[in-house]
Design a protein around this ligand. Structure first.
Ligand SMILES: *Cc1c(COP(=O)(O)O)cnc(C)c1O
Length: 391
């Protein structure tokens, strides 16, 4: 838990805040013996999150990555299909595509909010794909293009109306990667309720944590039932252990869900804290030459998961890496962007479509400490180091 610190206390990028009823709920699990993948907290966590997002149902999973894997399967992504994935995202998004035997095709980011560039996606679909026997195929690979995964990067929503118009036109499934976007709104509607299916993560550095965990949410009850089946070893007959498919052991434990229920009670406070952090950063850092502060689109209410600036080396006087070094010397953790996935050795075999903006954001981007419990004195320490570095 965060307490005001002196000049030497380490300030992490993002740490969980555990100050609600977590202990009480976990104790209930331990006292009653309901610690594994069945139990009232799993059901409650699913029901409460679905209600919060305004969707029909949810399936809790062992991680956000597991949620993405199964959601893509539910969306009909099969082996040798292709899925459009932003190059600028955490690698788990693309790995989940490979787990299905399918291939990511990497799309660029737009410069204003770092989300997937939908104009480039439109160009790709129009000029690089063609219809063949009722299926949309990538001209260069000959593979079926089955789906797109919009990632609400850093908590800012993707322009979903523009995206959904494209996916309707080209018949693509939409699996939202809302792992960084829980609590953000697109035109007043919650992110995670806008595609056919969406995935959440409750890893330690996400807005809510269960230690580790994830969730698939959506409106199609049949699909969700299939998701529950696949994440529970595809058990058709529990007494006789008959399985008609190869399933996965991907369920969330009741212990983890107990933490999640307590965290969820704090969601609005956490979001308010993130908004306040963003407003403080915007106030304290404005006007520094070469430091580009993040903004929200007119239709967006960001969850401000990680407050991320661009450092323009010539004007600022330091590169993003050098500024990261200055912060580190002062005991402050910051983080440059993920390596764009079209450059990732792990995905060397995949196609990319003009991802130059993603490369620039990668070289300039720097995420600043954004813990929900970050104290004002500590945030001042961060902004002072940056203001000093700028001089
Ligand atoms: C965190 C994250 C994931 C994976 O979630 P885990 O719970 O860590 O498996 C996937 N996509 C993005 C964009 C993430 O930030």
């Amino acid at each position: 838990m965060s307490t005001p610190s002196d000049k030497t206390t380490f300030i992490p990028l993002s740490e969980p805040l555990i100050d609600g009823r977590e202990w009480e709920y976990v104790k209930e699990c331990l006292d009653t013996g309901w610690v594994s993948s069945a139990g009232r907290f799993v059901d409650r966590f699913e029901a409460e999150l679905a209600k919060r997002l305004g969707v029909a149902g949810a399936v809790a999973t062992a991680s956000g990555t597991a949620a993405l894997h199964v959601a893509l399967l539910l969306a009909g992504v099969g082996s040798a299909d292709e899925v459009l994935v932003p190059s600028l995202t955490f690698i788990a998004t693309a790995n989940a595509v490979r787990y299905c035997g399918a291939w990511p095709v990497f799309m660029d980011a737009e410069a204003s909010h770092f989300q997937v560039d939908l104009d480039k996606v439109a160009n790709f679909l129009e000029h690089e794909c063609q219809w063949s026997r009722g299926q949309l195929r990538n001209r260069s690979s000959g593979r079926r293009v089955a789906a797109i995964v919009p990632v609400h990067l850093l908590g800012h929503p993707v322009d979903m109306d523009q995206l959904l118009a494209l996916t309707a036109k080209y018949g693509l499934a939409v699996v939202e990667d809302a792992t960084q976007g829980l609590g953000s709104l697109y035109k007043q509607r919650p992110v995670g309720s806008l595609g056919s299916l969406a995935c959440l993560s409750f890893n330690g550095n996400k807005l809510l944590t269960t230690g580790g965990g994830g969730m698939i949410v959506g409106n199609d009850e049949q699909l969700l039932a299939r998701g529950r089946y696949l994440t529970t070893q595809a058990r058709d007959d529990a007494a006789e252990y008959i399985h008609r498919s190869v399933g996965y052991n991907y369920r969330l434990s009741n212990l983890a869900a107990a933490i999640g229920c307590a965290q969820l009670e704090r969601l609005d406070d956490f979001l308010a804290a993130k908004r306040a952090l963003a407003a403080n950063y915007a106030h304290a850092l404005r006007g520094l030459p070469g430091l580009v502060l993040p903004t929200q689109a007119a239709w967006a209410q960001s969850a401000w998961w990680l407050y991320t600036v661009l450092v323009e080396e010539k004007e600022f006087g330091l590169s993003s890496r050098e500024l990261r070094g200055r912060l580190k010397e002062a005991g402050i953790e910051s983080r440059t962007f993920y390596q764009p996935l079209h450059l990732s050795p792990a995905h060397a075999g995949s196609q990319a479509y003009h991802c130059e903006v993603a490369e620039r954001i990668w070289s300039q981007g720097l995420s600043l400490p954004s813990s929900v419990g970050l104290q004002p004195e500590d945030q001042n320490r961060v902004t002072e180091v940056i203001r000093d570095a700028a001089r």
